[in-house]
Design a protein around this ligand. Structure first.
Ligand code: GRF
Length: 204
């Protein structure tokens, strides 16, 4: 199996995944980190960890666009991350993926979302949760389908929101959980433990 990670920024989830793959001998080979943003901080971290990096700038192409995504898929193929052996982790990748890309890599693209889906999809989920006044929030690792944060859920982790929490403290608490469950989901996938049936997953 081969792993590619798509980022746009800080890359902390990427870093936790890469370190966990090494430390725990997860049977998947990290091959390339791709960013749409040339200034993504995560690119330097990836290089430091010995990964190849590639930048595909958006140049005004909107999300969900195959013209853009075909360049990403071209890079995946170049690194032999295929629809047969690949896992693609979106880790703070701030673009919508096109249906063509999703169909090609069906069941092989994962995303992390900083809320307990289906609550608070889309952007600024931590703020949405804070402003809504929920007492618990968390994060979700899910497969990517053609909807917005709607694909089959793999793992979720919950945090409690206390009266003195702020958007910032909630964000930090959630991020700590993200760093646990995303590497765990990659491990489950690499070990062939995740089965998708319709919109549900089961883990063996
Ligand atoms: C995370 O909160 C993730 O849930 C969201 O974007 C953020 C990315 O952070 N999709 P990082 O780049 O992994 O540090």
């Amino acid at each position: 199996l081969k792993l590619a990670i798509l980022i746009s920024g800080r890359g902390s989830n990427m870093e936790y995944i890469l370190k966990s793959v090494r430390k725990n001998n997860i049977p998947i080979e990290p091959t390339v980190v791709i960013s749409n943003n040339p200034n993504a901080k995560g690119l330097a971290i990836a290089r430091k960890l010995g990964l190849s990096t590639e930048i595909v700038e958006s140049n005004g192409l909107k999300g969900g666009n195959w013209e853009y995504d075909s360049k990403i898929v071209g890079i995946l193929k170049k690194y032999k991350v295929t629809p047969q052996n690949g896992l693609i982790c979106l880790a703070g990748f701030m673009r919508i993926i096109s249906p063509e890309f999703i169909r090609q890599y069906k069941g092989r693209i994962m995303n992390i979302h900083p809320a307990i889906l289906p609550s608070f999809p889309g952007l600024h989920s931590q703020r949405q949760a804070f402003e809504y006044g929920v007492k618990y929030s968390g994060c979700t690792v899910h497969f990517v389908d053609e909807g917005m944060d709607t694909g089959p859920i793999i793992l979720q982790s919950v945090i409690k929101i206390e009266d003195n929490d702020t958007e910032d403290t909630i964000t930090k608490k959630i991020l700590r959980q993200e760093h646990k469950i995303y590497p765990e989901a990659v491990k489950l996938f690499a070990n062939g433990k995740i089965k998708i049936t319709g919109r549900k997953t089961t883990i063996s």
